[in-house]
Design a protein around this ligand. Structure first.
Ligand code: NAP
Length: 526
């Protein structure tokens, strides 16, 4: 399969006629061939029509057929081989090893969702059999399962060109739930998007799924992205990116005649709390690990440690010195796009110019275009409380250390934070009592509490929560990573006194799909 710059509208491979855009080589800034034709509003309409007409058939495919479809996408992505890796490295500026790892994660994620579908547990079948003899009133027969919400619009993320893009977590979980997907590709990696889109399109054909199960559109977020979210045939949105774009899409979705859920993962500064004993005993070692996490992938992770909280004193001074030295030795790194690089530089310049912020260290100077030079800052708890600008995410390798007068001030500061994806606690056993007293506040503020580590490196598994209260995500009741992500695209339907012949397979008395069910409140294993 070659990169031709075409839209994929169901099985139709079509040249977009709404302008032409090009990918940039992130490291050199040079334009990469070919040009990508942008989608028109007619293309959006065609993709939505196809997706809507595919929905009823796709959502009623057997569990095995849908699982096979997800497995086939994984196989087809691997079959793209080096062509995919090379294009993705060029477009993202991320190292080859990272991209290979991300491909493995993407494929693993698709296969995990295939397993989720095969088990049928996501249907959460419940059955309350009729009790005709019940007094004073007989009980009706009630059965419940979950169905897909409908076609989902997915916005690929710039910072995960594979794992959170065309066939990433949002798409895999929507397919698993039985929802057709229309992807609005991210302009940072259109070639990668077309290659992966081709692998999905091929899987649709290989597995005999309805043509409208998948479409891929190139074009502007404001025009094409918003038109997609406005379309009445779209029933949910998956997004990762900036708070501005995420909240714009939430507003578009809320203004529809039929408002729909937007699962937007937006911004987070992921506090790291250094508890007194751990800081005293191993502050320097924590500092080294912190700088590694901060600068990984040029800091372009939503879980990047952007805020360090600790109590002032000699132990914090030693941590600051060790972290500053480690960062000063770190090379600058190519960022994903000129826009993201500019936003990083602006954020760093704003912190540097702040009268109550001290610039502790910068990484080594940039040697090429688009390279971000990591930055570490220090401020006081008082300044952090007073200046909302210091609580804003700088997307990239920048972090702010806040020196607190005591633990009470630190707890009050945490209470004042916006919703976050993660909090990392560095603790020894001697810190447990204090850490325990912090936990209730932390649980209210974040989606994941982790100990003696950093939030970067998000495991794709069943117990993972990659979400958190607003504004880290639009809806803190969900996750975008891990098998629980399927819940975002499902809703329950009850069937009351529906004859066996009309019931969906999962609810029939004979249990032909062999799914676990909750019968009269008790789990019945298949
Ligand atoms: P972005 O600007 O939010 O763009 C993400 C996607 O949304 C793109 O497809 C974009 O299309 C579209 N879009 C942008 N504005 C829109 C709008 N008003 N209405 C509808 N769609 C819109 O994110 P980005 O390009 O990846 O990076 C920009 C900034 O986002 C970064 O500097 C960083 O601050 C933040 N970011 C955060 C995370 C995180 O995980 N927290 C991840 C990535 C980025 P266009 O191509 O038309 O712009």
């Amino acid at each position: 399969m070659d990169i031709a710059g075409n839209l994929l509208i169901g099985q139709d491979v079509r040249r977009g006629t709404n302008g032409v855009s090009y990918a940039l080589d992130a490291a050199s800034g040079e334009r990469l061939a070919p040009g990508f034709g942008g989608a028109t509003l007619e293309d959006v309409d065609a993709a939505c029509e196809l997706a809507w007409s595919a929905f009823d058939r796709f959502r009623e495919t057997s569990l095995e057929a849908r699982a096979e479809f997800l497995d086939t996408i994984a196989t087809n992505i691997l079959a793209l081989g080096d062509k995919l890796i090379e294009r993705c490295v060029a477009e993202s500026g991320l190292p080859r090893a990272r991209i290979e790892g991300e491909r493995a994660r993407t494929v693993g994620q698709l296969r995990m969702f295939a397993g989720v579908v095969r088990s049928g547990d996501f249907l959460e079948v419940r059955m309350d059999p009729a009790q005709p003899e019940r007094k004073p009133l007989p009980r009706v027969d009630l059965r419940m399962r979950h169905i897909g919400l409908g076609p989902v619009a997915v916005f690929g993320a710039s910072n995960f060109p594979l794992a959170f893009s065309v066939a990433g977590g949002d798409t895999a979980s929507a397919f698993a739930a039985g929802c057709p997907v229309i992807v609005k590709a991210h302009a940072a990696h259109p070639g990668t998007s077309e290659l992966v889109g081709g692998a999905v399109r091929q899987a649709v054909e290989d597995c005999g799924m309805p043509a409208g199960t998948f479409s891929l559109l190139f074009g502007s977020g404001r025009e094409i992205g918003q038109a997609l979210v406005r379309d009445p045939r779209i029933k949910a949105v998956g997004f990762t990116g900036s708070r501005q774009a995420g909240t714009d899409l939430m507003a578009v979705a809320a203004a529809r005649l039929e408002p729909i859920p937007v699962y937007a993962e937006m911004s987070s500064i992921n506090p790291v709390i250094l508890f007194p004993h751990a800081l005293e005993q191993r502050g320097e070692a924590i500092a080294q690990a912190f700088v590694q996490s901060l600068t990984l992938g040029a800091g372009q992770f939503c879980t990047n440690p952007g805020l360090i909280l600790a109590v002032q004193g000699p132990a914090l001074d030693r941590f600051v010195a060790a972290a500053s030295e480690a960062l000063a030795r770190t090379p600058a790194a190519t960022m994903l796009t000129p826009g993201i690089h500019r936003a990083f530089e602006t954020g760093v310049a704003n912190f540097s110019a702040h009268p109550q912020v001290q610039t502790l260290a910068r990484a080594q100077p940039a040697a090429g275009v688009n390279e971000g030079q990591g930055a570490l800052f220090l401020t006081t708890a008082e300044a952090f409380r007073e200046h909302a600008s210091l609580r804003e995410e700088i997307f990239g390798a920048a972090s702010l250390i806040v020196s607190c007068p005591d633990l009470q001030a630190m707890q009050a500061l945490i209470e004042s934070l916006e919703g976050q994806l993660t909090v990392a606690l560095h603790i020894d056993e001697e810190d447990y009592t204090v850490a325990r007293s912090f936990l209730p506040v932390l649980e209210r503020r974040v989606g994941r509490v982790l100990v003696n580590g950093f939030g970067t490196g998000v495991e794709v598994s069943h117990a993972m929560v990659h979400g958190g209260p607003y504004p880290s995500t639009a809806d803190g009741r969900s996750t975008s990573v891990g098998s629980l992500a399927i819940r975002r695209y499902l809703r329950p339907v009850s069937y009351q006194d529906v004859p066996e012949a009309l019931l969906p397979e999962a609810l029939k008395a004979t249990n032909p799909w062999k799914v676990n069910r909750l019968v009269d409140g008790k789990i019945e294993l298949a």
